[in-house]
Design a protein around this ligand. Structure first.
Ligand code: NAG
Ligand code: NAG
Ligand code: NAG
Length: 379
């Protein structure tokens, strides 16, 4: 069993990977109805850079190469990456696996924002380059598939980074700075519309009050806006949520919400990132527990779950680039199942493996070797 389980997992990961492309990393969830997505942390540049602006046709922007005279006032593109956000997304997933006992899904764009901007509409994102359009569609294809797999309510976190002066997390609910300042907004304008419409808590309580993600992050020692301490941005810089959050959250219906998380540069940098990611994972899990699980579920599970240490399964990280050898890094996270975790573990069985005492790095290199071998042998 200790030998068999990792082997079957490796084979599984290999088969999952075949569907992936070089430029989008997709890590399947194992039962936690949370999707982490990150589009601005990629590094590869398989095509030329996008121009720094599109053209203005009198009514709208045309984002196409050779469209004519570019208009940097109206149709400027943004081409800077959000440093470390891809690593952070991987780390956040690991952390959530540890806390919950089951893992969220993660989708990561692996292309430099200079070439492809995953958080824009397709024209501005790809500038008409077909190979990039394919990658973009793959990225959102995974998101749509993952949303369906949640089979009901769940939440997307779009992981970004800002370079603003104040080092606090900017949480985007698709409510603009002006509306947060004036208070003139309604549930149906937000990217967590489904949650707000079904919840017994007040809108402001969930968005920036005692039961908000901002408050949970404050409790972990990191500033966040909106939150009870910073209910609105006033005249400070604030990102309210971009294309992914507005389009794939519940603003236009559906039962999957979305929140954009823009983390401060200093929190994304190592070694601070380690502490920050732990705090963020704790805050996210608390928010999830509060608003996406029910008390009755908790009660039932508490009575029927035997508490025991389990090893939660693993990663299907795909790291394929342009025909180079692919490697996968199944990692095992040992965690003691708590009753909190049990709420979600009951939805899907955990693959248990016994700990063999092999350090993570050793497992990683062994796994990488075997994985490569299996892929060549089978496909
Ligand atoms: C998802 O929903 C379908 C149809 O409602 C149901 O048959 C299926 O068991 C559900 N899957 C999970 C994992 O809840
Ligand atoms: C509040 O927002 C609504 C919807 O956009 C708008 O029609 C209305 O004029 C706004 N009210 C104020 C006082 O700004
Ligand atoms: C949104 O909510 C407001 C007030 O709750 C309501 O007046 C308005 O009709 C709603 N709009 C839509 C598109 O549902």
């Amino acid at each position: 069993m200790p030998v068999l389980a990792p082997w079957s997992l490796l084979l599984l990961s290999c088969m999952t990977l075949v569907d992936g492309s070089a430029y989008v990393e997709y890590v399947e969830g194992t039962g936690l109805p949370i999707i982490l997505i990150s589009g601005h942390g990629g590094t590869l540049s398989p095509e030329r850079d996008r121009p720094n602006a599109g053209c203005w046709d009198g009514q709208k922007c045309i984002f196409r190469r050779g469209c004519g005279k570019t208009d940097r006032t109206r149709c400027k593109t943004t081409r800077s990456n959000d440093l470390y956000t891809k690593d952070m997304t991987v780390a956040l997933r690991e952390e959530l696996c540890g806390i919950a006992g089951v893992c969220p899904t993660a989708i990561m764009g692996n292309i430099n924002r200079r070439v492809l901007d995953f958080n824009r509409e397709i024209e501005e994102a790809c500038f008409g380059v077909q190979s990039m359009i394919d990658v973009y569609n793959e990225y959102y294809g995974y998101l749509e598939e993952s949303k369906l797999a949640l089979n009901g309510s769940g939440i997307i976190f779009d992981i970004h980074g800002h370079g603003h002066d104040i080092a606090r997390a900017e949480l985007g609910y698709a409510v603009t700075k002006a509306r947060l300042n004036s208070g003139n907004y309604t549930e149906n304008m937000t990217s967590i519309r489904n949650l707000l419409e079904r919840s017994p808590y007040e809108m402001d309580d969930i968005l920036r009050g005692e039961h908000s993600l901002g408050q949970y992050l404050l409790l972990e020692g990191y500033d966040a806006i909106p939150s009870p301490v910073y209910p609105s941005p006033s005249d400070t810089s604030y990102y309210s949520g971009g294309y992914t959050t507005k389009t794939y959250g519940s603003r236009n219906g559906g039962s999957v919400d979305a929140i954009q998380i823009e983390s401060a540069r200093s929190h994304r940098e190592m070694p601070e990132q380690m502490y920050y990611v732990k705090a963020l994972a704790t805050a996210i899990f608390k928010f999830y527990k509060k608003h996406y699980t029910t008390e009755s579920e908790t009660t039932t599970v508490e009575q029927t779950t035997t508490i025991q240490p389990t090893t939660t399964e693993a990663e299907t990280t795909l790291v394929t680039t342009e025909g180079k050898t692919s490697t996968s890094m199944p990692t095992t996270t040992t965690t003691t199942t708590t009753t909190e975790a049990a709420v979600v573990t009951t939805k899907q069985p955990i693959i248990e493996t016994s700990s063999n005492g092999c350090p993570k790095s050793c497992l990683d290199s062994f796994a990488a070797f075997i994985w490569g071998f299996l892929c060549i042998a089978f496909f």
